[in-house]
Design a protein around this ligand. Structure first.
Ligand code: CTP
Ligand code: MG
Length: 226
């Protein structure tokens, strides 16, 4: 962290991790010798652009999360991911804000710094989001029958971190519960409000740990890091 650090990082860590099925919150599941959340915390610790970190914790697990949070603060998460982010954003004054999923343990400090730096210096967008061009062929299917092949040249697989100007993010997160529950990321709320979102190309591994198989891949990649 640097003295002139600008951004606050919000870590969405309040999910229950049902698909992983680890018998507890995904953020606390062990990956390569550490809780999943600890990998993102370490990356943010190493990022020069980040001043403070706020973690949205699974309600009822605030103490366990607090035990690994170091200098980061912990707030209870909400019923949806957006609600968790909104809770963590309460009282945050800094500009900009970076939102990151605890489920992505591979995002390195350089990625946070690059996204924050570019958002701060590019005047013409409300949000800048890590993303990679889609490599697979994509098809739309209804009840198992393929309807069409979707041209993929304009399609991006979106990740976190996502950096935002603070006030626009706060405004769009002040949505009703249905809108919040439907949003799988925060940038989609900015888009729906007519804001400009730009992609920041990131082709390095940055997978989201959803299943047991993802966890095994993340573990292998983290263990082999220099
Ligand atoms: N998340 C959150 N608050 C919620 C739901 C999800 O902060 N109410 C966070 C998760 O902790 C995760 C990220 O949003 O870091 C992406 O969600 P996902 O991968 O779906 O995690 P879970 O909801 O925990 O997993 P599942 O859907 O399998 O239960
Ligand atoms: Mg979920």
């Amino acid at each position: 962290m640097s003295a002139d650090a600008l951004a606050t990082a919000v870590i969405a860590a309040a999910g229950s991790g049902e698909r992983l099925g680890a018998g507890g919150p995904k953020a606390l599941a062990a990956v390569a010798g550490r809780p999943l959340l600890a990998w993102s915390l370490a990356a943010l610790e190493g990022a020069e652009s980040i001043g403070t970190v706020v973690i949205a914790a699974p309600p009822g697990h605030e103490e366990e999360i607090g035990a690994i949070a170091g200098s980061a603060s912990v707030v209870p998460g909400g019923a949806s991911r957006s609600e968790s982010v909104a809770n963590a954003l309460e009282g945050v004054e800094s500009e900009p804000v970076v939102v990151h999923d605890a489920a992505r343990p591979l995002a390195p400090p350089e990625l946070f710094d690059a996204i924050v730096g570019k958002l701060v210096h590019d005047e013409d967008c409300e949000a800048l989001i890590a993303a990679t061009p889609v490599a697979d062929t994509l098809k739309r299917a209804l009840a198992g029958r393929v309807i069409e092949t979707v041209p993929r040249s304009e399609l991006w697989a979106v990740q976190t971190p996502q950096a935002f100007r603070t006030q626009p993010l706060r405004e769009v997160l002040d949505a009703d519960a249905v809108t919040r529950a439907a949003a799988t990321d925060d940038a989609s709320l900015i888009e729906a409000a007519g804001g400009v979102v730009r992609v920041f190309r990131w082709d390095e591994p940055n997978l989201k740990v959803t299943s047991r198989a993802d966890l095994a891949i993340a573990e292998a990649l983290l263990k082999n890091r220099p």
